[in-house]
Write a protein that binds this ligand. Structure first.
Ligand code: HAM
Length: 410
């Protein structure tokens, strides 16, 4: 038997209503804030991610689904910020009124070791905003993330924020950190040894227990806690925090938060839930003021976030599964066809028994599938141009004129 691939999952009909709810809320919350949906292709040129996400990242180094077709190297998107930036540049969106506000949803692909909350094909919903470098934009994006999570009624989340400075001030920090780490570099994991050369800040969020133990040492904590970012970056971060305070959004400043993608500068953030175990981040985002230019566009600041929908799904409370309005019970199949067509065209969710089973079986089925009403057409109803409508929750039953059905259902 051919099975689904490791790290992929079917979203079954019994669960899809919750996915549709998440998608519907995304439309509502993001579009209420004047964001518009952008749908980009699932695969892009490999170079887009190598350059955009960064060749020192785990994503680009070990997690991409890359294949060659007609001598072109293509990659299934591991995330969507790079793709959105590519589309922004390619479609001349910089000519649109600023800021350009985009949201998206869809599958992403990373060849990671599957575990709870981590898949190889997973889904993200996210937003990107282009054209604003000021701290109000950061606060707006963070508030939008919180609003979406609130709309899904997900409780007990914590927001972590940090500023990783700009290109200039980060260089000084990087050197300080390297100096602090170097004496014991041999004891770090092989990944961290590689990061030491390519991107030493990434060592800070290594999950290896031995590395974490080493990082807890005083000399390294001192390097981490020293205020390294330049006065402009400090001011930006202070303003972001001020706006969050005004909005009543709680946060913790986590100086170890550096994020696993290379494009970030200044504000980075994550939203976590204790209920998720090791993979606790439901949302990750931040500012990426250099990315548009780096991918060939005009210098344009950007900021955004993405959320893992499988993780949101796990945290969402139960919601009522939508049920169909009516099931037509009859052995006059022509009547069932005609009535179902009419009711469906009026916007009602209606089903009937195509197999023309016995009357009793049909009534049973109406109950089983959770229909609100059974609309019964027996001989009596047929000859008197009436319908019997049975409320399946209360078993109450009334007879109505056939052409009254729409008003009655309403
Ligand atoms: P990211 O932190 O790599 O950021 O992913 C965002 C979220 O996607 C994570 O917090 C997590 O919920 C979910 N996620 C990531 N990998 C997996 C996986 N293998 N299985 C299940 N869920 C996963 C980005 O992707 C950036 N593009 C976010 C961003 C947008 N930054 C600025 N704009």
């Amino acid at each position: 038997m051919i099975k689904a691939q490791k790290g992929t999952k079917d979203i079954l009909p019994k669960d899809s209503y919750k996915w549709q709810f998440m998608e519907q809320k995304a439309i509502e919350v993001f579009q209420n804030a004047n964001f518009q949906e952008l749908r980009t292709p699932i695969f892009e040129a490999t170079e887009l991610f190598a350059r955009g996400v960064g060749d020192s990242t785990d994503i680009v180094n070990k997690e991409m689904y890359t294949f060659e077709i007609a001598e072109r190297s293509l990659t299934l998107r591991p995330e969507n910020t790079a793709g959105v930036v590519r589309a922004y540049i390619e479609n001349g969106m910089h000519r649109l009124p600023s800021p350009v506000k985009i949201w998206y949803k869809g599958p992403m692909f990373r060849y990671e070791r599957p575990q709870a909350g981590r898949q190889r094909q997973f889904h993200q919903v996210g937003v990107e905003m282009f054209g604003l470098a000021n701290p109000a934009a950061d606060a707006e994006i963070i508030a939008l993330a919180m609003n979406y999570l609130k709309a899904l009624s997900i409780p007990n989340l914590s927001l972590e924020i940090n500023s990783i400075g700009c290109k200039e001030c980060r260089n000084g920090y990087r050197e300080n950190l390297k100096k602090a780490i170097e004496p014991e570099l041999d004891e770090y994991c092989p990944d961290c040894k590689m990061r030491f050369e390519k991107n030493p800040l990434r060592i800070l969020d290594c999950k290896n227990p031995k590395c974490q133990e080493l990082l807890a040492k005083e000399s390294i904590q001192k390097a981490i806690n020293e205020e390294f970012i330049c006065p402009d970056c400090v001011e930006h971060f202070t303003e972001v925090k001020k706006y969050l305070d005004i909005l009543g959004i709680d946060y913790n400043v986590n100086k170890l938060l550096v994020r696993g993608l290379d494009y970030y500068n200044r504000t980075v953030f994550e939203i976590k839930s204790n209920a998720l175990g090791a993979q606790s981040a439901v949302c990750g985002g931040g500012r990426y003021d250099g990315l548009v230019e780096m991918l060939g566009g005009e210098s344009t600041p950007g900021i955004g976030f993405a959320m893992g929908m499988e993780r949101l799904y796990t945290l969402m409370p139960e919601i009522t599964e939508p049920s169909i309005d009516a099931f037509i019970v009859t052995n006059f199949q022509e009547e069932a066809f005609k009535l179902s067509q009419k009711l469906r065209s009026e916007g009602y969710a209606v089903d009937f028994d195509l197999a023309n089973k016995k009357f009793g079986k049909q009534i049973e089925k109406a109950g089983k599938i959770g229909a609100k009403y059974a609309i019964i057409i027996g001989e009596d109803e047929l000859s008197s141009k009436t319908l019997t409508v049975k409320n399946l929750a209360t078993s109450e039953q009334i007879k109505i004129a056939k052409d009254e059905i729409c008003t009655k259902l309403k």
